[in-house]
Design a protein around this ligand. Structure first.
Ligand SMILES: [Zn+2]
Ligand SMILES: [Zn+2]
Length: 342
């Protein structure tokens, strides 16, 4: 813990007081990232389907009424996928913020598949590069290239040469050694089809007799597009808008709306400053941090263990040294109120 804390403070000082020449962004126009049209079409298809599905319900175009259980099933399955991403791919596999037994790792891997993203291995690789080279050309969704690029545009183009160079330097030995992650990589397409589309669509049809049309519209289009945009909002909204009480010079910010839609992942200024903290936020359950609540429950059941946290004294020290002192959170600390003690 101490070595983590010293390392973070040293790295944060570097971010604030110097900028590595090596990582200066290449000016646009110097490189060309070709558009990958099949990805553009894939994303377009689901977003057009989303608009169509919403129109069906907004204008009452369906002759058969949708069942209430089908409506409730949308946020339930959304939450399952979101937890797989936040507690699994993000806090467990990318940051090693806690450890999980085999049963929990399998459950999180399947829940991650429900979100319909690419495999965990590539998610972790992208996320570790994102943290190490934030807002540079090596960052796959560099927010300095604007909202559209950081939200969805980065998924439509070839990777930047700087990303391709830096990815070779990454140490991914820990996730390569995890058979659960490797299984997810090997059966990426099968898991995607089964857990993102077949299961969520089949459940309402089999268990409460919903029509296939309502099951497809609500799960394959509305739920899927909502969860994709919620996950992307961490890279776009939370890198562009919000306050920065922990590190005033980095882009990642505290954004409550992102926390709401992404189950507690919007405390992004804190997370980029203390990335090993399993809470991904200073306060365990504030700002809709349902993910932390679940990890704590897993820990009580002995499925999760070795939960890592930044100590309140260290958080305070970092805030005083590099945080933005003119915001709400800093003022709370200066008054001597420590939410962790309550
Ligand atoms: Zn992270
Ligand atoms: Zn970020």
């Amino acid at each position: 813990m101490l070595s983590d804390e010293n390392y973070v403070l040293e790295e944060s000082r570097k971010t604030v007081f110097s900028k590595s020449e090596d990582l200066k962004p290449i000016k646009s126009g110097q490189i060309r990232q070709n558009i990958i049209w099949k990805y553009v079409l894939h994303l377009l298809l689901f977003h057009v389907g989303f608009v169509f599905a919403c129109s069906v319900y907004a204008f009452g175009l369906s002759a058969v009424r949708i069942k209430w259980l089908t409506v409730l099933w949308v946020p339930m399955y959304y939450f399952i996928g979101e937890l797989g991403v936040a507690a699994g791919a993000h806090r467990l596999w990318s940051h090693r913020a806690y450890k999980a037994n085999l049963g929990l790792r399998i459950a999180l891997m399947l829940m991650y598949a429900a979100a319909g993203l690419y495999c965990i291995f590539h998610w972790v690789k992208d996320h570790r590069i994102h943290h190490k080279y934030s807002e540079t050309d090596a960052d796959p969704h560099n927010a300095k290239r604007g909202f559209f690029f950081s939200h969805i545009g980065w998924l439509m183009v070839e990777r930047h040469p700087e990303y391709l160079r830096r990815q070779k330097e990454l140490d991914l030995s820990d996730i390569i050694a995890d058979p659960v992650v490797m299984f997810n990589r090997k059966y990426e397409n099968e898991l995607y089809i089964m857990f993102c589309f077949v299961i969520p669509t089949a459940v309402p049809v089999i268990f409460w007799g919903e029509t296939l049309l309502h099951a497809i519209l609500t799960q394959c289009f509305i739920r899927y597009v909502l969860i994709l945009n919620a996950i992307w909002s961490v890279n776009s909204f939370a890198h562009l808008w919000g306050h920065r009480p922990y590190n005033r010079v980095i882009n990642p910010a505290e954004n409550s709306i992102v926390s709401l839609v992404a189950c507690g992942e919007g405390s992004h200024n804190y997370h980029h400053t203390f990335p090993w903290d399993y809470k991904a936020s200073e306060w365990p359950y504030m700002r809709f941090n349902v993910t932390t609540l679940c990890i704590d429950a897993f820990s009580k059941m002995m499925w999760a263990y070795d939960l890592r946290e930044a100590s309140p004294a260290f958080v305070q020290k970092v805030m005083e040294e590099i945080g933005d002192k003119y915001n709400e959170s800093s003022l709370i600390h200066q008054d001597g109120y420590n939410p962790i003690d309550t």
